[in-house]
Design a protein around this ligand. Structure first.
Ligand code: PMV
Length: 323
């Protein structure tokens, strides 16, 4: 049975600033989405009847990408990600389903991660009224550490460019990667889910309103861009302490942009006792925080005591793959 796995993602730096053209840094995580497809007598998703309008990512891939007209399929999905929490669950689903469909239609052929990243990005855009950043889909497809930016980023390796026609005009991004040195690969990320979703569109609009009311807040975007650059230098050099410090500084800027909340702040403070650094990750307003640590069990316990649900992962898992 053709099946594939695609990882979720965790943003280390640059959330919100990336909307203003600055770089964002994300790593693929161990958790993700597994999808398998099998010919069936009727269209099914996870054992129930498949309703295309309720699953826009999957429908887009079936109809617009593969223009599939073959027999009905039974689609099985198994996810270890919190959904709508900034972990890239819809991107991982799009990548894993796209890969499983590709394997079903082209048996024995190799997977092209860049092709899949572009396919999944178009599925995200079609499901989100034409607006989607390629961060989640590119990180899930390529794996490792991905830097998304409006312009070239020194110290990174360029992989591909991508663009999208949004209701606000055309947008372009460069997708770059950074190798993760062994010292960083030995550390853990503990992601803590706050128990509520992270409404990306609402939080991006909230930041835009704050900046229009208090233009000086734009300086916070520059601060995040500086922290992102410093964090990338630390990551590339295997400097875990520097990486953790940059994560702490990133959280301070995100708090000034008012995208954190009490629960995320409590979880970040609790995790910091046993961490090199901790911050909220993704759009904020709910969703997740993340801590960099050598003591994942202690940090997981601290997050639980603060009311969150922890998940431990290494940094920079392998990208989408056939199973
Ligand atoms: O959707 P999330 O929670 O992974 O956050 C996305 C990051 C933002 O910068 C807030 C939005 C974006 O499109 O990049």
């Amino acid at each position: 049975m053709p099946s594939a796995f695609a990882p979720g993602k965790c943003i280390l730096f640059g959330e919100h600033a990336v909307v203003f053209g600055h770089p964002a840094v994300a790593v693929a995580i161990d958790q993700g989405v597994r999808v398998s497809v099998e010919v069936s007598d009727k269209w099914k998703l996870e054992g129930s009847s498949f309703e295309p309008s309720r699953h826009p990512h999957i429908s887009h891939i079936i109809q617009n990408i593969f223009q599939y007209t073959g027999p009905p399929l039974d689609i099985d999905v198994d996810s270890s990600l919190f959904s709508a929490a900034g972990m890239g669950s819809s991107a991982a689903l799009s990548n894993a389903f796209g890969a499983a469909m590709y394997a079903y239609l082209n048996p024995g052929e190799k997977l092209d991660a860049v092709m899949l990243a572009k396919m999944a990005h178009s599925a995200e855009a079609s499901a989100q009224k034409g607006r989607a950043s390629p961060t989640d889909t590119a990180t899930s497809a390529l794996g490792g550490c991905v830097v998304v930016s409006g312009r070239a980023v020194p110290g990174t390796r360029h992989v591909f460019d991508t663009s999208l026609k949004t209701p606000e005009g055309s947008r372009k991004w460069a997708i770059n990667v950074v190798d993760i040195p062994p010292r960083i690969g030995d550390a853990w990320l503990v992601i803590g889910y706050s128990g509520t979703g992270s409404p990306t569109g609402r939080m991006v609009a909230k930041v835009a309103k704050l900046i229009s009311e208090v233009p000086d807040m734009m300086e916070e975007m520059e601060a995040i861009a500086n922290v992102t650059r410093a964090g990338l230098v630390a990551l590339s050099a295997g400097n875990l302490e520097g990486l953790g410090m940059a994560m702490d500084a990133c959280h301070d800027s995100l708090r000034k942009l008012k995208v954190s909340n009490n629960k995320l702040d409590r979880m970040v403070s609790a995790a910091r006792l046993h961490s090199l650094g901790a911050k909220l990750t993704g759009a904020g307003g709910g969703g997740c925080m993340v801590a960099l640590t050598h003591e994942p069990t202690m940090v997981s316990e601290a997050i639980e005591v603060a009311g969150g649900v922890p998940l431990s992962t290494r940094l920079g898992a392998e990208g989408v793959r056939f199973l």
